[in-house]
Structure formats: C-alpha cells, structure tokens
Design a protein around this ligand. Sequence first.
Ligand code: PLP
Length: 428
Amino acid sequence: MIYKRSSALFKEAEQYIPGGVNSPVRAFKAVGGTPIFAKSAKGAYVYDEDENRFIDYINSWGPMILGHAFEPVVDAVVDKAKAGTSFGMPTELETHIAKLAVSMVPNIDKIRFVNSGTEACMSAVRLARGYTKKDKIIKFAGCYHGHSDAFLIQAGSGAVTFGTPNSPGVTQGTAKDTLLARYNDINNVEALIEANKGEIACIILEPVAGNMGCIPPKDNFLQELRVLCDANNILLIFDEVMTGFRLAKGGAQELFNVKADIVCFGKVIGGGLPVGAFAANNDIMSHLAPLGPVYQAGTLSGNPLAMAAGYAMLNTLNEDAGVFKRLEEKTAYLHEGISEVLNTQGITHTINRLGSMISVHFSEKKIEDFETAATGNNDTFKAFFHGMLKEGVYIAPSAFETWFLCDALTYEDLDFTIEAVRKVAKSL
Ligand SMILES: *Cc1c(COP(=O)(O)O)cnc(C)c1O
C-alpha cells in the first residue's frame, strides 16, 4: 500500500497543528509510522487520500455503530442544515431526542446534552459533588473519562492517600481529590472508602472498560459497587460514553441490571457529530442550573445538526430490535476466527470481548485491569497493526484500544479480516 499523499498531508499539518493532529492517538505514536488521512467512508469501509480502502474497526472510536455515512443520519443532517445551523435558542428536536433517550435508558428521568464525552463526565462529577456536598471522587486506573483535570490522575504508590497528576498542568490540589482504584478489585474500593470516610462524592467508571482494551466487569463487581455506594451515600456514575447505545438500548445498566445514579453518554448518541450527554433521576437533575445551583452550560449544546444526527441514530437503534444481537454474533464470529488463527500459529494472546467490543492482547495473562493490560507485548502489537493495515484492515493504533464493530460489516468482511490475521500472524 502506498501512503504518499497521506505522508505529504501529515508533513503540512505538522507545521500548523501540534503533532499534526487534533487528538493525540491519531498521530500513531504508539505504533510508529505516519497517520493515514481519511478522505471518505461508506458502510464498513474507510478510504484514505491515496485511494486505499480499509475495513474499519475504529468507526470513529465508536460512534458509527451502523456504518459510515448511514443514510438516515446523513439525510437528517443535510435537511436540518438548510434550516439554519445554530440558534442559541431551544428547539423542538432537543425534546424529541431527550424523550427518546429517556425511554431507552433505565433509571433516568432527565438528560442534558453537551458537546463531548469529556464535557459529559466533567459535568456529571460536578453535579455529584454539588448533590452530595462532598469533594473526593474515585476513579479506576485505566478508565478514561475524557481530558478534564480531575481525570488525568494516575496512581503513585500511595494511591490510597493522594493521587498524583500524570499531565503537567493538573494541579496537586485537583489531584488530591481524585482517588485511584484498581478495576475489578472491590476490596481496593472498599479500602479507599474506609480511608476517606464521609468524603467521597462519587465513584465513576466505565461499566465495561474500553480504554485499556476491552475489559468486562467481573461477576458482581458492578453490583458490589452499587452496594458500597448505597451504604456510604456515594453516587455511582456509569461512564457509558463508549457502551451507551452500543451494548444494548439501555447500555450497561440494562445489560448487567445494575442501577447507576448518573449516566454519561457520547460517541453513538451523536451519530458521528460532536455530542455528549449526562442523565439522572429528577431529584439529582433538579440540582442543575437553571433549576438548581450546579452550573453547566454550552453555546452550541443541543446544536440542531448534532441533535438531528443523534436522533436519527437513536431512532434506528430503537426500532431495529435485532441490531445488538447481530453485532454480538459478528463479533463472536471474528473472535473465534482470530483465536483459531493465532492458536494455530502458536502466538501467545488473550482476546477480550463483550457485545460489539473486542480487543486482542499479546499476553498470556488474563486481562482484567490496567496492570494486566500493560503486560501485552507492544512490539508484537506494532507489527500486527502495520501488517493488518497493509492487508487493508484498520484497527486502532494502540494496544490499549478496543475494536468496535459496526452493523455494516458483512461475514465476507469478517472472513477477509480473519484471513488478513492469518497472513500477518506468519511474520509475527
Ligand atoms: C471517548 C470517551 C470519553 C471522552 O469522550 P470525548 O468525546 O472524546 O471527549 C469519555 N469516556 C469514555 C468511556 C470514552 O470512551
């Protein structure tokens, strides 16, 4: 494959945009090489500036669950654009999408739309703090909740006491209010709560982790978190930016039958336009401005184009009863195919999967938290990534990312992918 035009475009971009990209992981730093510039996409395929075609397992990092340029979404956006792209006034469409989202997701009465997953999580934590009148939060190592200060914290050895920032610019003052726990380790969470009695406003987590590869919660982990939260007057926040409207209509809450107090959305809910949202029951949401004192706002929040895209997407997911099952079956098929190939070639690996989220780890360990996710062989992953790219399959350019399947994928595409793995595996 030739990436001539992409290479030239990247060089030019680097002169004017830091690192040539507007979001770091696009820069291929974890795998080396030059990022590929997308030109267009349709269904399961993305086309680059050199006219190469790739089967796409990133799907814009999740939103394109029905495939690229999905017609009802595109038509809705085009129609809306002709009637004006932003008003800064309420529109009827905002109520339609809110009503639909509330009907699809359990345990929520009201939803507030924002412009990104980052904003959703940041606002959810502020609301939890305002509601409980407590300051500290618990997050899990390896869970990503966007790039707001409170979340850019990683464990020092003294995780039970103070977090330490892992981005310059995050102050110690912010870091000390973020406590870091081990994913899937309920005892660790319990110890943190004990050591910070009466000070914790909320626990935020990805109910199925997707930002350290795909890591499903252990049996009862979510249920046990619910019990701990109830016993300690702590709000449980499910960050369903990745899992919402992907694993089921009602997301992880529905799938695991666990109630969250606040739920965050992004990705699928915007159908590929910049949308995030957070939602809760009437009691909690009544604390939000203009009803209550917790402030949150956005000039472009509820933007008509974004709402049109999101509404078309949610409507389709709501009406197509088979979509989540189809996605799960396709992902299971891919899982089996890749497992068979890697086993035949004797390549050490672990595959994690839930619904339409899947990740291949080049490690012999069970991958169940950040520590075990980090045991993957990164050199093998790099070679695998570039090999797959050469074969026309685009997976996320980092071993810590999940692959997302879209409904536009055919079984021929999946077979093509499995055959690509077979070719690439020979040289790993
Ligand atoms: C992508 C993601 C975010 C951040 O969303 P942005 O729209 O990139 O700001 C937050 N939480 C999770 C779980 C995500 O996967």
